[in-house]
Design a protein around this ligand. Structure first.
Ligand code: NAP
Length: 291
């Protein structure tokens, strides 16, 4: 029987903890954390994610600002908005929801965000500090996964952790956190990607698998050993006429096949997704101190 790593329930606990902290801050006359989110254009998934972030701010007692910009905004105008937020003392941290329209260079925007307000943890200064184990904003999804592993006391020390995917926002930072000299951490890490030739063999030797590929139900039962701990990062919308919104969400793991063999497993939805938002809130609280 596998233990379900319930990201939804864990994130609700974190929300409660943050709400208590906000009440204390208010009592002490301190600054209430303020998160801003820039969204460009009208991407349905991005809008859903940003709305969830704003709603969570309201729930925990943070202030929030949603800045909606048109799809055809120029890169120069977006950079000007970023500069404005960098200089706005009322805002502790902000995110620019990705992906951005094709005519805007995402790297340029990421580099323009002041590192002390970069609560997504994507700026090279924060990535570099994370690599060195220095205080920083950890990227929200990997940080949420670490928090989940910690709260469920999933053994990581000395374990073989296989990460599928090497993106800058999930796979690569996840690897750094799993090999760091910390708990959770101290794993022996293998990072795999689309050019990996013997993926099944590598996965069969894994004690922990973190799948961040974006291919629904990619990891099947024959690719994992008994007792493996599974973190499913993938979220793909798949058309489903039986659902009110016309789609359902699938992870990168074939849950029905893999769960019976796993010691721990995250569901999709309700696993990594809510933990990502909880981490963003934790970073926003931290931002008040950093500013
Ligand atoms: P990404 O930038 O598209 O990266 C996907 C990675 O998977 C790449 O490194 C790619 O390899 C690798 N890959 C593709 N096909 C593969 C294969 N057959 N075998 C092994 N590796 C393969 O995606 P991402 O941004 O990391 O996101 C991954 C998934 O997580 C998506 O479904 C996304 O929606 C989801 N996500 C969820 C959250 C959350 O909060 N739950 C947050 C972020 C992302 P190459 O580098 O060689 O191309």
């Amino acid at each position: 029987m596998s233990i379900l790593l319930d990201g939804k329930a864990t994130s609700l606990k974190i929300h409660d903890e943050l709400a208590v902290r906000v009440k204390e801050i208010k009592k002490e006359g301190g600054k209430v954390p303020h998160l801003a989110a820039i969204i460009v254009g009208d991407n349905g998934a991005s809008r859903t994610y940003v709305n969830a972030k704003v709603k969570t701010c309201e729930k925990v007692g943070f202030e929030s600002s949603l800045i909606q910009l048109p799809e055809d905004i120029s890169e120069v105008a977006l950079l000007a908005k970023v500069a404005e937020l960098n200089n706005d003392a009322s805002i502790d941290g902000y995110i620019v929801q990705l992906p951005l329209p094709k005519h805007i260079d995402e790297t340029k925007i990421t580099l323009a965000i002041a590192p002390h307000k970069d609560v997504d943890g994507f700026h090279p200064e924060n990535v570099g500090r994370m690599a060195l184990g220095l205080p920083c904003f950890l990227p929200a999804t990997p940080a949420g996964i670490v928090e989940l592993l910690k709260r469920y006391e999933v053994p990581t020390e000395g374990k073989h952790c296989v990460i599928i995917g090497r993106s800058h926002i999930v796979g690569a930072p996840m690897a750094m956190l799993m090999w760091q000299n910390a708990i959770p951490g101290n794993s022996t890490v293998t990072v795999t990607h689309s050019r990996t030739t013997n993926l099944k063999e590598i996965c069969l030797s894994a004690d922990i698998i973190i799948a961040a590929i974006g291919k629904p139900e990619f990891l099947t039962g024959d690719m994992v050993k008994e007792g493996v701990a599974i973190i499913d990062v993938g979220i793909t919308r798949v058309a489903d006429a039986t659902k009110k919104n016309g789609y359902r969400l699938l992870g990168d793991v074939n849950f029905e096949e893999v769960a019976p063999k796993a010691s721990f497993i995250t569901p999709v939805p309700g696993g990594v997704g809510p933990m990502t938002i909880a981490s963003l809130m934790i970073n926003t609280l931290k931002a008040v101190d950093r500013n």
